[in-house]
Write a protein that binds this ligand. Structure first.
Ligand SMILES: [Zn+2]
Ligand SMILES: [Zn+2]
Length: 265
């Protein structure tokens, strides 16, 4: 547990250390920097999560920017927030909240939005602007209709050999974009698919947004944006979900008032 301010400072210290030439004594950090990081580690904040805390903003998406925007009539803005600590009833991941708004009806903005007094360091995103790029995705193979899945198996019979040959892999290269995204499909490679049904009405839910640990997988990833420097880090947002997983947020197709659900994969 840490605080947003302490985590920002920790990232700043590490970025400064990474960017400079090695110190004369060969150390990575100065004594002062080390003392500051030790003080952050020593913070005892566990009690704070017993009380309600403000949510952390995760994504703010306007209808005019997002081709697949879906929201109640009269709304043009989807705000994704999460409670930035692990939740035992969410497989130890953040609890996600979706709010649809009409941007013209929003009153004066606060100069300083309220911040949670305590967070998990891996759930504090680095502020980013988004440059949406629309791509076509295809459903996870096990969830395709039988005839399509059989044709896919015939086309790519030996899934095990995917690392050894040069032929593209249906999931990782062709159908499911890794990284932060709106819409599309979940990659169920961790557990195999399990039904995502609305807790209120039982309807099968639709993937709305994905928070990811990285935006692409390595230099040769077919989804790496061409405009990115080839040495650029795929971890622009600074969020980690489990062991490099993604957090998929689903919504009910019947009502925007029904609560979202998440799956970590
Ligand atoms: Zn919570
Ligand atoms: Zn529902």
């Amino acid at each position: 547990m840490t605080t947003p301010a302490a985590e920002r400072r920790r990232r700043e210290i590490l970025a400064t250390a990474n960017a400079r030439a090695p110190l004369p004594d060969g150390e990575f950090l100065t004594a002062e920097e080390r003392a500051e990081l030790d003080a952050v580690d020593a913070l005892d904040l566990d009690e704070l999560i017993e009380n309600p805390i403000p949510l952390a903003p995760i994504a703010q998406l306007y209808r005019h920017d997002i081709p697949d925007y879906a929201g109640p009539d009269g709304t043009d803005l989807l705000q994704v927030l999460w409670c930035p600590v692990d939740h035992s009833d969410r497989h130890y991941s953040p609890r996600v909240f979706l709010y649809w708004r009409e941007s013209s009806a929003i009153g004066p903005l606060l100069a300083m939005p309220p911040e949670p007094p305590v967070i998990s360091d891996i759930y504090l995103p680095v502020p980013c602007v988004v440059h949406p790029e629309q791509v076509r995705e295809y459903q996870y193979a096990d969830l395709l209709p039988d005839d399509l899945r059989e044709r896919l198996d015939a086309w790519d019979p030996d899934d095990e050999a995917e690392d050894e040959d040069d032929s593209p892999d249906y999931h990782s290269d062709l159908s499911l974009a890794p990284g932060w995204k709106v819409g599309g499909y979940a990659n169920w490679s961790l557990t195999d698919p399990h039904p995502m049904n609305c807790a209120v009405c039982g309807s099968g839910m639709i993937l709305t947004s994905t928070a990811a640990s990285a935006d692409w997988n390595g230099m040769n990833c077919s989804w790496r944006p061409q405009e990115e420097d080839s040495s650029a880090s795929p971890d622009t947002v600074g969020v980690q979900i489990g062991r490099g997983y993604s957090l998929y947020t689903f919504r009910c197709p019947e009502s925007f008032d029904h609560p979202p659900a998440t799956a970590m994969q």
